[in-house]
Design a protein. Structure first.
Length: 132
């Protein structure tokens, strides 16, 4: 229940200091039912400093990336989430063993409403929101 409360604090739109590893853990718990039948989850969360951000927006970004990763896996695969510091920046990556994005779609993946999913299966907003 704490994960859901932390994830859904829509009334808090201010930037503040947040533990992005905790945001990742919380979001993984929220979307686990969507992921667990498709993938095993591998977490490689490094020592990272607290980051000034909007935690609710970061949770939304992480959710979009994790759900897309699960949708990219056809049968059973693995999703790896990593966090680390590089050259003074906090880095987060979400990697999956899914089929990948066809070359012809790479230029369009952040376009609002662009989707390769069947009608009714996706809005085409997940990566656009993530990019913003």
């Amino acid at each position: 229940m704490a994960d859901l409360k932390s994830f859904s604090r829509v009334d808090e739109s201010d930037f503040k200091s947040a533990d992005l590893n905790e945001c990742l853990r919380s979001t993984i718990n929220i979307v686990w039912n969507e992921i667990k039948y498709k993938a095993t989850m591998k977490k490689e969360l490094g020592e990272i400093p607290r980051t000034r951000c909007n935690p609710q927006q970061m949770n939304q970004v992480f959710m979009n990336l994790l759900v897309n990763a699960a949708h990219a896996i056809e049968n059973r695969g693995e999703i790896t989430v990593r966090s680390w510091v590089e050259d003074g920046s906090v880095c987060i990556s979400v990697e999956d063993t899914g089929r990948g994005i066809p070359k012809e779609n790479m230029d369009r993946i952040f376009e609002p409403f662009f989707t390769t999913k069947e009608v009714g299966q996706g809005t085409g907003l997940g990566l656009s929101i993530t990019y913003d």
